[in-house]
Structure formats: structure tokens, C-alpha cells
Write a protein that binds this ligand. Structure first.
Ligand SMILES: [Zn+2]
Length: 205
């Protein structure tokens, strides 16, 4: 049986159920084979059957091999295109930041000391952005992926808690929001950085 911690279970439940609720071509069904399901944690199994009962048929995995390998190569990459988009925008707006600060939990991608703020730029696939069309669960090796995602989700939760404990504000900016980001789309950010919000995730679906 696959053992998953309770914090990750909660997060995974959201991931699995949203896979069914948010129906788009990017969302394959998380179920691979009955054999895989039978070896999953019973709670996870029950969410999957819940999803199937409510949202119907098994879906085809629509992400092809090339896209998959591109997504996989994106894990924990620094200086990704979305990250550079954000950095360029903030720099142009006069914000100054430090990059990938090793002395802080989770090595935040951007740290703005003046505003007591850590910013993470997360890949939607690897960190399983809730209800996001890019947060697919691969149809093959599903068990392996669920475990991997659970570990990532758990780690992200802990990192945020640690930073908040130390008095930092923490923003999580997801890659899907930065894909077509421009002045208008990011217009909310400067004011929010200067504001009081302690924890924020954007965009939300
Ligand atoms: Zn996303």
C-alpha cells in the first residue's frame, strides 16, 4: 500500500476531485489501471471512485510524450521563463529583490527584504496547482506520480508555514498566470506587494 501523510492527503483529495470537476482536454483521468487503484491507499481509492461516480467516464491522457518530457524537465528549474517574466516586470516597477536565497526555507525564488516578502514561482504540474488545467496527473505510473506530487505538496505547505512563522509574507505565483502576463494582467501586483497580505496564491481557479 502507498502511505501518504495526512497533510498531503488533504491536498491530494483536492487534486483528484478537481481533476474530475474541471473538465478540459488537459485533464486526463488520474486512474490508470484497476491494479494500480487496488494498491493505493484506501482513502485515495475512495476519492477516485467518488470522482468516477460523479463525473463519469475515464478520460484519455491527452498530453503527448513530447509535452510530458518538457513538463518533467521543468522541475525545480531556476530562472524559468515565467520566473524571468516576473523578475523583469518587478524590476521595471522599481522593486529590488534577491534570488534563490539559500538561507531561507524552500529557497524562495524571489525575496523582497524591504517588503518582508518571499515569492515562489511554481510549476503547475510539479506542484499540482489546484484546479489548474496544467496540473495533470499522468495516466501511466499513476501511483508513482501521486506519491511524488504528495511529497511536493507536503513540502510546499511546510515551507510556507516555516516562513510565516519567521515573520515573512509568502506569495505563490503559478506559471500558468505568467504565461501571457503583461502590464494589465500583473497590474494588481505592485499594490499587493506594498500591502499587508501575508499569504497569497495567484491565480486561483
Ligand atoms: Zn496553474
Amino acid at each position: 500500500m502507498v502511505k501518504i501523510g495526512s497533510g498531503a492527503k488533504r491536498a491530494l483529495k483536492d487534486v483528484i476531485l478537481s481533476r474530475y470537476a474541471f473538465r478540459s482536454t488537459y485533464n486526463p483521468c488520474p486512474v490508470s489501471t484497476n491494479k494500480t487503484i487496488s494498491r493505493l491507499d484506501p482513502t485515495v481509492k475512495s476519492w477516485i471512485s467518488f470522482g468516477e461516480r460523479f463525473y463519469g467516464e475515464e478520460r484519455m491522457d491527452t498530453v503527448d510524450a513530447k509535452t510530458r518530457s518538457r513538463m518533467m524537465s521543468g522541475i525545480r528549474n531556476k530562472n524559468t521563463k515565467p520566473e524571468l517574466t516576473l523578475r523583469r516586470y518587478l524590476h521595471a516597477k522599481g522593486f529590488r529583490y534577491r534570488l534563490h536565497v539559500k538561507t531561507l526555507p524552500g529557497q524562495p525564488d524571489l525575496v523582497l527584504p524591504k517588503y518582508n516578502l518571499c515569492i515562489f514561482v511554481h510549476g503547475c504540474f510539479w506542484h499540482q496547482h489546484s484546479r489548474c488545467p496544467y496540473a495533470t496527473i499522468p495516466k501511466s505510473n499513476t501511483e508513482f506520480w501521486l506519491k511524488k506530487f504528495a511529497i511536493n505538496i507536503n513540502r510546499d505547505e511546510k515551507t510556507i508555514a516555516l516562513l510565516l512563522d519567521r515573520g515573512w509574507r509568502v506569495f505563490t505565483i503559478w506559471e500558468c498566470g505568467l504565461r501571457k502576463a503583461d502590464e494589465v494582467i500583473l497590474g494588481w501586483l505592485p499594490k499587493t506587494i506594498k500591502g499587508q497580505e501575508r499569504i497569497l496564491t495567484w491565480p486561483e481557479y
